[in-house]
Design a protein around this ligand. Structure first.
Ligand code: GLN
Length: 494
């Protein structure tokens, strides 16, 4: 049951083969067994969760269930959820109980989904390993000595370990796709503006976008049907007609033009990861796809540009945590300025402080033109690279991350090495394009452990349904997405 697709679970619930309370309890039992070790969830409220499951059962009996009614979903702790502790992985918000729901939460509630709990994440979504979380790292279910990726590391580990049926994530520079790749999941970052950011704690507002993390493309489509849609409370939400993201899943891929950017297969890509991606491309050829060589010449500038723009926006977004309007307040201080300084010094972790410092610097009067403005101009060039590429292909493929899951602690002292984890994902955020990661196989490291590898599929604006089709067809002829890690039984349990 815990390994079933959302569609199967939905059918089982409809036929009363299982109740939502039973299904929810099954996941809660697994959470109680495995979460103390994996640390994927940082807030659980079993009474609240089971009350939602009971309400879902009533709704199913009443005959007005929707596809996700009664299904237990994990929510990244970046989404405000009324009455739930909402920390964004930070000491700054360690005691914050949200007084309202983010639009994503409202939508899952309206669909009758059950909120299983809030998942661990890098502090304010800044990181690629979940190691910047104030609440400690998350273990990769495929190998407990390794990281799950970040910043949606808790959501990724929860899906991989089957501690939920599916989860929400957010992606500012790769935070859905990179952890999906490292944990063997299917994750989708939609086109910017498709999912409302209302109530989603802001990191870099022009890049942040929420999306699903699930076991398959079909599951992602069902999640998108709930998450997407116009919201007048988000000024960048796009007012578009409602779509059924599952509508094209079964289309054949004959004649699909797949663009391979040469920059994604250059230096920096782990050789074994490269081989897995090549094998996936070969599979697509068998499915009738045509391969087109393309170039995204400004790929190399995406990381430097992102690390000017994202910190600039973060420095502004995070100014609200001053111990007065929001967040932790120092216990002792001499005057107002001292209170601000101490509260922020105590409340934020090192990576967040680094970003605030960089952001403040690049926005300062003397450096604005040289850094911020320049970065904005290059951002436009990066978007134009994609515009040109999509004249020659329907989707772009390549690796989602340059390596498989790395060891905990391996990159914590080397921010640039950590930043490079997003080399293949960041440019789509800068361009506002949708991207996904799909399990494509395993790479065996020196220690003999097989670790998941993700294939990235990038689509043109609003082409999510096609990307899900492209992923789904691959998942009909491969079974990588059904593989599940063998979890060691925790000590002290039978
Ligand atoms: N790893 C990137 C960063 O630290 C992206 C994070 C994200 O997408 N939220 O900024």
């Amino acid at each position: 049951m815990i390994n079933s697709s959302l569609k199967t679970l939905s059918q089982m619930l409809a036929k009363k083969e299982v109740s939502s309370v039973e299904l929810t309890q099954a996941f809660l039992n697994r959470i109680n067994t495995f979460n103390p070790e994996i640390n994927a969830y940082i807030a659980l409220d079993q009474d609240r969760t089971l009350a939602q499951a009971k309400a879902a059962d009533v709704r199913i009996t009443a005959g007005n269930a929707e596809p996700l009614t009664g299904i237990p979903i994990a929510q990244k702790d970046i989404f405000c959820a009324n009455g739930w502790k909402t920390t964004c992985g930070s000491k700054m918000l360690a005691n914050f109980v949200a007084p309202y729901d983010a639009q994503v939460i409202t939508k899952f509630d309206a669909a009758g989904a059950v909120n299983l709990g809030k998942t661990n994440m890098d502090e304010f979504a800044m990181g690629s390993s979940n190691e910047t979380s104030y609440f400690g790292g998350v273990k990769n279910p495929w190998d407990f000595t390794r990281v799950p990726g970040g910043s949606s590391g808790g959501s990724a580990a929860a899906v991989a370990a089957r501690l939920c049926a599916a989860a929400s994530g957010t992606d500012t520079g790769g935070s859905i796709r990179q952890p999906a790749s490292l944990c063997g999941l299917t994750g989708l970052k939609p086109t910017y503006g498709v999912v409302s950011r209302y109530g989603m704690i802001a990191f870099a507002s022009s890049l942040d976008q929420a999306g699903p993390m699930a076991k398959s493309a079909e599951d992602c489509a069902l999640m998108m049907n709930v998450m997407a849609g116009f919201d007048e409370r988000d000024s960048t939400s796009l007012n578009r007609e409602k779509e059924d993201y599952a509508r094209d899943l079964n289309k054949p891929l004959q004649g699909l033009r797949v663009g391979l950017p040469k920059e994604f297969f250059a230096e920096g890509l782990d050789a074994n990861v490269g081989k897995v991606i090549e094998a996936a491309i070969a599979e697509y050829k068998k499915l009738g796809a045509e391969i087109v060589e393309i170039s995204l010449p400004n790929t190399g500038l995406s990381i430097p540009v992102y690390y000017v723009l994202a910190p600039a926006e973060a420095s502004s977004n995070l100014s609200r945590y001053d111990g007065v309007r929001y967040g932790h307040r120092a216990a002792e201080y001499t005057d107002l300025m001292d209170m601000y300084c101490k509260s922020r010094a105590e409340g934020f972790g090192a990576e967040v402080k680094r970003r605030i410092l960089i952001g403040t610097y690049v926005l300062s009067a003397g450096y604005y033109d040289a850094y911020y403005l320049k970065a904005q101009q290059i951002r436009r060039l990066i978007a134009q690279d994609f515009e040109e590429a999509f004249k020659h292909c329907d989707v772009i493929m390549g690796p989602a991350a340059p390596s498989t899951a790395f060891k905990a602690g391996e990159k914590v002292d080397d921010p640039v090495a950590m930043y490079l984890q997003d080399i293949y994902t960041i440019s789509t955020n800068l361009a506002g394009l949708p991207g996904m990661s799909v399990p494509a196989g395993f790479s065996t490291g020196d220690d003999g452990k097989a670790l998941p590898v993700g294939l990235q599929i990038i689509g043109n604006y609003f082409d999510e349904a096609r990307m899900l089709n492209v992923a789904h067809q691959y998942q009909q002829v491969t079974d990588w997405h059904t593989r599940m890690p063998d979890l060691p039984t925790p000590q002290g349990t039978k």
